[in-house]
Design a protein around this ligand. Structure first.
Ligand code: ADE
Length: 224
């Protein structure tokens, strides 16, 4: 998979890709992530990428020209399956979307800033608009990092234990069951006996019932 991220703040985005699972995925060659600074696609003296909005109103808007130049440049080099725009008024990200996006080859992610981008960018180039939740961030960069993390960990070979992404919360529409590790007893708090029994059939049954119980209590909406 190849991900091209267009941003005015590449420095805000680098660190999530320089540690842990994302770093390893890049080192293993399972994903390539490229950052493109929008300011490199403008020839104005001050390299400005935004301007006042027509009709008046507070807040600057990212201009179409540098974005057009950057996207056109990338599209001339390869086919992109999705060109995603990170925006609070996009479709809310969920596990199903991450699963689908983890199966594509090439994607561009455009990070919004200020009041957003000129609507003509959205009309002409964008194939999918994604929000990471009903709150407004200062820009799309942190949302893009969340999106990339949720996608990259699903690419086969990225996680060491192949089954571990499949048993994540949300993967089967339920929250994950509780987990425990050593010691089996800590200050009078005990790990449920069933988990120490070695009876894997019963353990699986227990996990399913706990996942259901937890979902019913914390996220009954998922069961509807
Ligand atoms: N940009 C600003 N707010 C955002 C959000 N909630 N999700 C994605 N991108 C954003």
């Amino acid at each position: 998979m190849r991900i091209d991220i267009i941003t005015v703040l590449p420095e805000l985005l680098r660190s999530p890709f320089e540690a842990s699972i994302l770093k390893r995925a890049i080192e293993k060659g399972l994903v390539e992530v490229h950052f493109h600074n929008l300011r490199d696609y403008t020839d104005t003296k001050y390299r400005n990428v935004d301007d006042y909005q027509f009709g008046g109103g507070a807040g600057m808007v990212l201009m179409i020209e540098p974005i057009d130049k950057c996207i056109t440049d990338l599209k001339a080099q390869r086919h992109y399956d999705e060109i995603i725009y990170m925006t609070p008024d996009g479709e809310t990200l969920n596990q199903k979307m991450s699963n689908q996006l983890s199966m594509i080859d090439n994607m561009i992610i455009l990070c919004g800033h200020y009041k957003g981008v000129d609507q003509r960018v959205r009309d002409a180039f964008i194939t999918k608009e994604i929000s990471i939740g009903d709150y407004v961030l200062s820009g799309g960069e942190l949302g893009a990092a969340v999106l990339c993390d949720s996608i990259i960990r699903l690419i086969p070979g990225v996680l060491n234990d192949e089954t571990s992404a499949l048993t994540d919360t949300f993967q089967d529409g339920l929250l994950a069951p509780p987990v425990y590790t050593r010691p089996a007893e800590y200050k009078g708090m005990n790990v449920p006996d069933i988990l120490l029994s070695g009876n894997f059939g019963k353990i699986e049954e227990w996990r399913e019932s706990k996942a259901y119980e937890r979902t019913e209590k914390l996220r009954p909406d998922l069961l509807q």
